[in-house]
Structure formats: C-alpha cells, structure tokens
Design a protein around this ligand. Structure first.
Ligand code: MN
Length: 283
C-alpha cells in the first residue's frame, strides 16, 4: 500500500464578483492565500440562472505570463483572442489558452444566451508559466465534451480527465508544464486513488456533496490542499459528490501579479502595462 499524503489545509471558498459582473466562488487567491504554486486562481462561475438579457461576461482584456483554463458544466461562452483563437465553449468543453507574451481576448455569452438567458456554471483556473516560458507565443486549445476522456467508476460515477493522468486515465490537453485537471462526479460509494507525481501540488476542490480525502472530510465549497510528498490521494464519497482534482509542478519562482498580468518582477508588470497602453502587448 502506497503512503498517503497528509492534508495541509482545507480552504473555504468565498463569493466575490468578477469581470463584467459575474458572481464566482473562489478558494484562492484571498488576502491570506495569494497562490498555490503553480496555480494562481480558481473561480467557480455560478451556478447562476440568467433571465433574458441578464447574462454577463468579460469584454476585451489582456493577459500575459500565464494560462487561463475554462471548463463549462452549463451554459456557453464565446471566446475570441488576438492570436486568432476563436471558439464557443459548450457544456463539458474546455478551453486551454496560453497567454504567453500577450493576448487580448473576450469571454462573452453567445447572442442566444444573452437573448434567452439560461443556466451558467463552470470554472476558470489560472496556471502560471515558468520564467523561461512567460514570453512564448500564445496558444489556444479547445476541446468539446465528446473529446474529453471519460471513465466510469465502480458505482456509476464518472471521471473526466482534461489534462494529465489520474488512475491510468490520460487527458488530451497538451499542457505547457505538467498539469493534471480532472472532474469527478462521484456516485454514492465511489472512490478514486490518484498518485500525483512526487513533489507536485495536489488539490481537491469540492463543489457539491461531501467527500473524504485521505480520511479528512470536505464539503461543498471546500478545497483540500495536500502536502507535496510522494504519497497518494484517495478520494471517497459515501453519498455522492462533485469534485475537481488539480495537480501541477510547483515553479518555485517569485510571483509578481497585478490584474491580468503575472510575471516574476514588478518591472515586468510595469512593462506589460506600458506595452498594453502603447498597443504593443500583442506581438
Ligand atoms: Mn481573461
């Protein structure tokens, strides 16, 4: 039997209002938790039921120095960026956007959703880039629901692996650094044994129901942070649960962040602002 990673902390997500006015549930960053290397932000968008004309999104804005990962469970989002990346994310689909040296993009509800309203629920994760890759060319990867690798669990739950590998199931996204991203809908009694790479960050975010993570209980709105050891992460749900597993290699580099830019120094942040204002952020 492999060793189990100890639980370092159980973080409580808080509600806040982001971008064009959408309500998110955010485990980090907070005043006391700036980032969890290599992850910079996790937002659960909604769930919210929009009436006609109420749907909101994020109009044109820039990014530099990291990646934004958008995964939708309900609703739709139209994406358009300055590198030519275009796509509509639909339920079960994912968009992995590497901002690299700089993009300007918009993330908006499609016209039909604006007109009719509807349910919106999803996640945005920010993944930091190592210093050596912050200025790489932007890249856009989009996958529809049917392209996400799904695996049925023993009691009928479903595990969808977007990136990396969990219990022998491998996702399709070509990540810039080693990242694991999985969504699990646990049926009652299901369990998953995840063996993140030794020393890598491992997070279990619960967004419905209740689980035990290496024996520690976590409920809807809580994120379990595990130690960066060599051990396993065992997630079990007695009554059913909705969970994200996030794993990644910590960069161990200084993080200078301001709004839509994440670099290593304040000088690089100032430079990003200057270039954005001068219209030269996008190369
Ligand atoms: Mn954005």
């Amino acid at each position: 039997m492999s060793p189990m990673r100890a639980v370092v902390e159980v973080v409580q997500a808080h509600r806040t209002v982001e971008g064009g006015g959408f309500v998110v549930r955010r485990p980090f960053p907070t005043a006391s938790l700036d980032h969890i290397d290599p992850f910079l932000l996790l937002d659960e968008m909604g769930p919210v039921e929009y009436g006609p004309g109420e749907a909101v999104g994020a109009p044109e804005h820039p990014h530099r120095g990291f990646e934004t990962v958008t995964y939708l469970l309900h609703g739709a989002m139209e994406h358009r960026d300055s590198s030519g990346g275009v796509g509509t994310i639909t339920p079960g689909g994912v968009q992995w956007m590497t901002a690299g040296s700089g993009v300007v993009h918009s993330e908006l509800p499609p016209a039909s959703m604006l007109k009719l309203g509807g349910k919106m629920h999803g996640f945005q994760l920010w993944v930091n880039l190592p210093a050596a890759k912050k200025m790489i060319a932007p890249r856009y990867q989009g996958f529809d629901a049917e392209e996400i690798v799904a695996h049925t669990l023993a009691n009928g739950g479903v595990m969808k692996v977007v990136a990396g590998e969990v219990a022998g199931v491998r996702g399709k996204v070509n990540t810039t650094s080693p990242v694991t991203y999985a969504h699990i809908e646990f049926a009652a009694g299901d369990q998953v044994a995840w063996a993140p790479q030794e020393g890598h960050t491992a997070l279990v975010h619960v967004f419905g129901g209740e689980v035990e993570v290496n024996g520690e209980k976590a409920v809807d709105g809580q994120m379990v942070v595990l130690e960066r050891s060599a051990g396993e992460v065992r997630v079990h749900s007695a009554s059913g649960a909705s969970v994200l597993l996030l794993g990644g290699e910590p960069l161990g580099e200084p993080v200078a962040r301001y709004g839509p830019f994440v670099m290593n120094t304040q000088e690089e942040i100032a430079q990003a602002f200057e270039e954005y204002q001068a219209g030269t952020l996008v190369r």
